[in-house]
Write a protein that binds this ligand. Structure first.
Ligand code: URA
Length: 246
């Protein structure tokens, strides 16, 4: 008989990301066969057990939605902002399915953001263990020397214990006053690129994510979104080590 962990079942039923589901279970919002459970790792028999969230019975869905958005600066990556700022959800208002952002981009960062209701995919794409590469174009003031590019890929330990891990760094273009550099990273902690640049004495003028694993922005306009093709979904599954029978 098929068994699946409760947190996986919940994310496949579009309740939220795997981490969010862990939290919701811990808070006692989930019942299996009428009994509250607080362990997100407990096993569920999907065909047999009745799982409910806030009193509503759930069924798993395998037809996930995947969206690629070219985020403009000045939008927050969240479904709600208590300060009333615009959120990325405002940009995908016409999408009926409930999706959530995969990882985050700063308020002022632009570029490639994936939104999905596939919790397992979301977890794998953002967890450092899976090492999915993200590529950023960073415009900084002044010129960036070869030595500086070398020091960008030299790991730096920050006071909060975070450690930089830039896989590749190269110069894309330069003018008299500014340079555009490309940085490839595998992790995704808060303000990572900005902090790495600052630690190397570089003033960031703008930041754009241009690729995420096998996906690139292509010529998608800033502020626009599109659904991933099935070929792109398969390439993401491959990058994230997900095997699904369909
Ligand atoms: N690194 C940052 O500093 N900001 C982002 O938005 C993404 C990566």
């Amino acid at each position: 008989m098929e068994q699946v962990r409760l947190n996986k079942f919940l994310s496949q039923a579009n309740v939220g990301s795997r981490r969010k589901c862990d939290e919701l279970v811990g808070r006692g919002f989930v019942e299996i066969n009428g009994k509250v459970v607080r362990d997100p790792w407990v096993r569920v028999h999907p065909g047999e057990d009745t799982v409910s969230f806030l009193g509503q019975n759930l069924t798993r869905t395998h037809s996930f939605t995947y969206i690629l958005l070219n985020k403009p600066s000045g939008y927050i990556v969240s479904s709600f902002d208590p300060r009333g700022r615009k959120t990325v959800m405002d940009l995908i208002g016409s999408v009926k399915e409930r999706v959530f952002p995969v990882g985050r981009l700063d308020y002022m960062t632009e570029g490639l953001l994936i939104l999905t209701n596939d919790g397992e995919m979301s977890l794998r794409l953002t967890h450092p263990r899976f090492g999915i590469e993200k590529c950023y174009h960073v415009t900084v003031s002044g010129r960036v020397t070869r030595e500086k590019l070398g020091s960008l890929i030299t790991p730096v330990e920050f006071p909060d214990g975070k450690r930089s891990n830039v896989v590749r760094a190269k110069l894309v273009s330069e003018t008299k006053d500014e340079s555009k550099i490309e940085l490839v990273l595998k992790e995704g902690w808060k303000h990572e690129v900005r902090r790495i640049c600052e630690a190397n004495g570089l003033k960031v003028l703008s930041l754009r994510r241009v690729s995420f694993g096998p996906l690139t922005l292509g010529n998608l306009m800033t502020g626009a979104f599109r659904f991933l093709t099935s070929r792109e979904v398969h390439s993401l599954e491959k990058a994230a080590g997900i095997t699904r029978k369909n």
